[in-house]
Design a protein around this ligand. Sequence first.
Ligand code: GAP
Length: 545
Amino acid sequence: MSTESNFNPDKMKNLVTLCKRRGILFQSSEIYGGLNGFWDYGPLGVEIKRNVKEAWWHDMVQSHNEMVLMPGAPSKFEMVGLDCSIIMHPQVWKCSGHYDLFHDEMVDCTETKGRYRYDQMLGRWAECKGQKAFITADPKAEDAEQEIHRRAMKFFNLRAKDEGELKFTSDLTSLTTLDDFSQVLAPEAKHVGTLTEPREFNLMFKTIVGALGTEENAAFLRPETAQGIFVNFRNVVDSTRVRVPFGVGQIGKSFRNEITPRNFTFRSREFEQMEIEFFCPPEESRQWYEFWRNRRYEWYLKMGLSGDRLRLRDHEQAELAHYSTGTADIEYSYPFLQPGEFGELEGIAHRGDFDLRSHMEGKLVAKDGQLTLELDENGKPKHRGSGKDMSYFDDLTKKRFIPHVIEPSAGADRATLAFLCEAFQEDQAPDENGNMTSRTVLRLHPRLAPYKAAVLPLVRKDGMPELGAELYGELKEHFPCFYDEKAAIGRRYRRQDEIGTPFCVTIDSQTLVDGTVTVRDRDTLEQSRVKKDEVAAFIEEKIKK
Ligand code: GAP
């Protein structure tokens, strides 16, 4: 487990700049000033994110071999996929609990009209000339302490030379520790006491289905892909030959009206999830939970995240939902997080039979350690389930049961961001004159790199471009490839390094003589001489690892 800090605002700034400059990520609707919490992937970004999703889909769903017992698994199992609609029957969200419970508490500032997540507001008590105030930082501030200091100086009208008059009487603390807000200076506000009491704010985006436009036709954009899998449990069992234990994978967009979207794509309002709902017999669920928890952690390591920056954090008993015997988060120390802080990349939850039973019986709640139907004030079920049988009959053991669920739930955007942060490095490499100078390199796993190779004729004459174009056409049949004949060769290498191309194939004068080319390795900078006709196989062998 890691304790290493990766905090590096400059690195983050440089990565964001690179993403914009090289077409990896753009602010959504940028020409209109952007829309907070929404992002567009550019021509290279779309390839990287697709590669992340395809690697996940391939490794978890498509290439899964149900005939083989995987290390650590209690038994063999099957995997299938689904692609469900984003808008579902509103009753889905009532039974899942999202309608009543999926909310954040927020506070509004009556002076600036700013809106903030209550649990994310940090501040410090400050005193000056007998006056006291709780000075907050904007949750988006890079350095909260520095921002609070700056704001306190301004609020108490102090010049730099009078700094000694200012006293901070508390460390950085959450707004949630305060009983009253009358002395709170909200972010960007000039006066204290402008924050409202916390209010609940449902995070689901609402829309209207159909032309009538009435509230009765209200529906929601899904806040998670998981529910599509639960409500199709019967369909999958009835239409395929899967037997419990089996898993269903789904990749797709989810939407949450986050109060404070921030940290690049980390917390967005529209994002993609890669979720598995794994259905198993109740008595095996603990073992399956352990299996998935470890397997998913290993996957990130295999795809290039460093063990120093990745950790698997088991939730404390008190953090667990009543029906869960375990939940673990896979967390990454993103460079925008303060030293010691980690951000969630994926959650692996043991969900018991909560979801299938809720969709069968109606919305469940915990009472005396048991799940029971939630009733309204008249003693009627608060939200009715579908009434459909969600149990499973095992024809080998002749037992009928409601399967338990293990849910590894990952974010495609958060994973892409973690891979980009990990890959973004500045090191030294020889330039076109052979001098070691600094270079920016994206050391992406070859499976994630947008192009696997670039074909670069050394000069634009002597038939080299023609040979290059021919080789380019051939390599493109095998993997995504880029052709570039403009600028000095050293500059062209650098341009490929910073977008993560693992191999550069150069056509030079020797190619004209013996038909060999050089293949330059992005990471080791080694150059191998390879026959032109063997380049595709040479690179394919290296990128398949
Ligand atoms: N079905 C379970 C579920 O949705 P979650 O922890 O709320 O669990 C799972 O979300 C994953 O989805 C997170 O670990 C994260 O990677 C991603 N995710 C959640 N909210 C997100 C947001 N606002 N922006 C980007 N990714 C998000």
